[in-house]
Design a protein around this ligand. Structure first.
Ligand SMILES: COCc1ccccc1-c1cc(O)c2[nH]cnc(=O)c2c1
Ligand SMILES: [Mg+2]
Length: 214
């Protein structure tokens, strides 16, 4: 049943959204997840914080760790300037298959490269495979125990530079305590917590924004 949830979400997008209209795709998913079946999209409330940080950073190259069904991929890609690129990484092939279709339905496939596989294996290959100098923006929204190792990997691979912005979802629920300790205690990051709620609920959650100081 749970496996098919993402295909039901895709059907809801195809039924209720307008092809090529990212806003309608975002609204269709939020409506479905609020009124029909909860799903772990960043959601509309935390999504507004994501939008505001993105608009401030205006990245030319962005990375998303944890695509899921592509909801935040669409939120990010719709705000990218012409010529900017988003790479999104998803480990689960069933999620990736749905995400590709939702990203395409929103008409954003030319701005997005979806890569399937474990983030820990893929990050060291990013420079060679995609000619990335460094990421201006990284959205961490995958397995919470990968937040710290993948952040260290991005540093070691030279994929973050002075001014790069990391934005992490779920730092309260399910929680990423090791990550909060890492970015808040490190002299190499300027960190700030944006209090919000777990998607489609009244449970507290939030986003941690951390600027890499080089
Ligand atoms: C599978 O757990 C779902 C769940 C259940 C209860 C509370 C939170 C979450 C949750 C919420 C999120 O935004 C998430 N984002 C990315 N990867 C997650 O595993 C994740 C989990
Ligand atoms: Mg999340």
């Amino acid at each position: 049943f749970a496996l098919l949830k993402n295909t039901r979400m895709l059907k809801a997008v195809q039924k209720n959204a307008t092809k090529g209209d990212p806003e309608s795709v975002i609204s269709a998913i939020d409506y479905y997840c609020r009124h029909k079946e909860w799903a772990m999209n960043v959601g509309d409330e935390k999504g507004l914080i994501l939008d505001s940080v993105l608009t401030e950073v205006n990245p030319s190259t962005a990375l998303e760790l944890g695509t899921y069904c592509g909801y935040s991929t669409v939120r990010i890609a719709r705000l990218l300037s012409p010529g900017s690129k988003l790479i999104t990484v998803e480990f689960n092939p069933a999620f990736a298959a749905v995400a590709r279709q939702i990203i395409a339905y929103a008409g954003l496939q030319d701005k997005v490269t979806l890569v399937e596989g474990p983030s820990g294996d893929l990050i060291p290959k990013m420079k060679a495979r995609f000619g990335i100098k460094s990421f201006d923006f990284v959205f961490l929204d995958h397995w919470k125990d990968r937040y710290v190792p993948d952040t260290k990997l991005l540093e070691d691979c030279g994929l973050v530079s002075e001014g790069s912005v990391l934005l992490a979802d779920n730092v309260i629920c399910p929680g990423a305590p090791e990550y909060l300790k890492y970015v808040r205690n490190s002299p190499r990051y300027e960190s700030r917590y944006y209090k919000s709620n777990l998607e489609y609920t009244k449970v507290e959650d939030g986003l941690e924004k951390s600027v890499f100081l080089g």
